[in-house]
Write a protein that binds this ligand. Sequence first.
Ligand code: NI
Length: 227
Amino acid sequence: MLIAIPDVLDPAAVTRLRALIDAAEWSDGNATSGPQSALAKRNRQLPEDSAAAREAGSLVLDALGNSPLFVAAALPLRVFPPLFNRYEGGDAFGLHVDNAIRIRRGSDFRIRSDLSATLFLSDADSYDGGELVIDGQFGEQRVKLPAGHMVLYPASSLHRVTPVTRGVRVASFFWIQSMVRDEGARRILFELDQSVQTLGHERGQADAEVIHLTGVYHNLLRRLAEM
Ligand code: NI
């Protein structure tokens, strides 16, 4: 399942974050790649231990914590510290799959990547190309979202970024280990959650069926969540 999460960052937050990372020193994107990805990848990246990456990363993490849609869709257990990349002048990332386990260098932080996330940080009309193309169960999906919007997709999918032929595409990318490992189970929980939210708005939170279904959601989550 591919889920777009709008307005993770508002325009002012995007501007602040861009000012922070645009002024920083960027390096070759292959610093975080495995040998297979390295063949396909041409872009630049903020070194993950740089002060700018850490500061910008914590802004992204704060924003994620404030997004009920992100929390409902990902049911996050651990989030890899957000990284930042930059594509311009024909940069691209060919078809690849993300590593199953991500380890933060120089620490004991490690996660199983259940979900991959891309948070767009450039206006969509300021660059050509740079689409994130995800191979899904129902074919290819092409994603290019406004600045501040994010896409979540199964980390098991093959995906690529098409060449950026004009302008600059800046994004944050990272991985999430979910409390619910199984993608199908996570999707059902998300659909139930969204329906209960809608029903709650229509009937009010004190409605008996809303209370009952909220209980069903939490009891399912209790059975399925691993921590
Ligand atoms: Ni990838």
